[in-house]
Design a protein around this ligand. Structure first.
Ligand SMILES: *Cc1c(COP(=O)(O)O)cnc(C)c1O
Length: 390
């Protein structure tokens, strides 16, 4: 790792601007809202000319996030999906992609679209190395992984899958969507991935008030190709949004630690009550050993089943403190059922891929854990009472 200090320290200290020292020595990073920058003369370029290509506030954030990702270069774009769209521009018709069964809904939607354009997409159980290996061929151009997955929290062995893919297809790009973990707990580039991307809308910004996405790479040639698309399409993050993320990310280490501690408490509480809980922090999780080898924390997303879709919906409807919403990684706790959080995946595909409709996903915030447990208890009591009364 490149940093001199612990990452929690790095997160609150910003490097000076690349274009020279700030004359006013601002304690918070300055916001350059300008779309265009004047040149010293017709023959001399400045450090920046046009914000689609580059902006000092965006650059500040990119340098900052590069440290967090442990990446040689990092790009800030408009959303997690804009990050994946940029990466998928590296694919050509006929190229093959191997990816998981349990994927973020938007990822599934984008891959289905690429399949119509001639990219061949294979969905496999990424917890099973031999199942994935059976799909690798000389045409495999991308291995796209999530670990843990959302919403089933399945764990893929990133380094082993990467090695297996590259043994068959040396040019295969190993791409990891790290959103469910955050770069604090898992750094895909250190696990032999070529591209680490994630949604900054979740843990990185952490306040449900800005969308963003990040792409981290080490290979300079790959970085140049990705930058080409970002500049060509205008995917780069707007300066004000970059500034908001610079503000949000300062408290990330505190937030994520508290959220993870709370999530562990909630996961144990639910499993003690007999629910089947998916959370990589529980020693009963089938991916527990692999997860702990490649990640340093379990995160704040968990899911559990009740055995009845109707009961699950009633529990979620009765929650008072938890909001009913998609997304995760922010200060406030949220709950959803599969039908909401994976609406981008058609119901019949959800069935085929083994996504259970009675699944409740909880995304834990920084509240006091006793309040979260109290809310869950009253929602379960109310839902079960109503359920049995019907
Ligand atoms: C939210 C999310 C995305 C997409 O990010 P946006 O910022 O919403 O575009 C991608 N992958 C996962 C796992 C996510 O949770």
């Amino acid at each position: 790792m490149a940093e001199k200090y612990d990452i929690s320290t790095e997160l609150v200290h910003f490097d000076p601007p690349a274009s020279g020292a700030d004359p006013h020595r601002a304690a918070a990073p300055p916001l350059y809202i300008s779309a265009t920058f004047k040149q010293p003369s017709t023959t001399e370029p400045g450090a920046y000319d046009y914000t689609r290509t580059g902006n000092p506030t965006r650059s500040q954030l990119e340098r900052h996030m590069g440290k967090l990702f442990g990446a040689g270069r990092c790009f800030a774009v408009n959303s997690g999906m804009a990050a994946l769209d940029t990466i998928c521009r590296l694919l050509l018709p006929g190229d093959e992609v191997v990816t998981g069964n349990d994927l973020y809904g938007g990822t599934n939607r984008l891959l289905s679209h690429l399949a119509q354009l001639g990219v061949v997409v294979h969905h496999v159980d990424t917890t099973d190395l031999s199942a994935a290996r059976a799909k690798f061929s000389a045409k495999t151009r991308m291995l796209l992984l999530e670990s843990p997955t959302n919403p089933l929290l399945q764990v893929a062995d990133i380094a082993s899958l990467s090695a297996a893919a590259k043994a068959v297809a040396p040019n295969c790009l190993v791409v990891v969507d790290n959103t469910v973990m955050s770069p604090l707990y898992q750094r895909p580039l250190a696990l032999n991935a070529d591209i680490h991307y994630e949604s900054g809308t979740k843990y990185i910004n952490g306040h449900h008030d800005v969308m963003s996405g990040f792409i981290g790479v080490d290979d300079p040639a790959l970085a140049d190709r990705l930058f080409f698309y970002i500049n060509a399409t205008g995917a780069g993050l707007a300066p004000f949004d970059a500034w908001l993320v610079l503000r949000g990310v300062k408290t990330m280490a505190l937030r994520v630690a508290r959220q993870t501690e709370n999530a562990g408490i909630v996961a144990r509480w639910l499993s003690e009550r007999g629910y089947q809980v998916n959370y990589p922090g529980l020693s009963t999780h089938p991916g527990y050993v692999t997860h702990n080898r490649q990640a340093s924390g379990a995160g704040a997303v968990l899911s559990f089943r009740t055995g009845s879709t109707q009961l699950s919906e009633r529990i979620v409807d009765n929650l008072r403190l938890f909001g009913i919403s998609v997304s995760f990684g922010a200060c406030e706790s949220l709950a959803t059922v599969l039908r909401i959080c994976h609406a981008a995946i058609p119901a019949e595909v959800r069935r085929e891929r083994g996504l259970p409709e009675d699944l409740i996903r909880l995304c834990i915030g920084i509240e006091h854990p006793d309040d979260l447990l109290k809310d869950l208890q009253q929602a379960i009591d109310a839902a079960e009472h109503k359920f049995h009364a019907d």
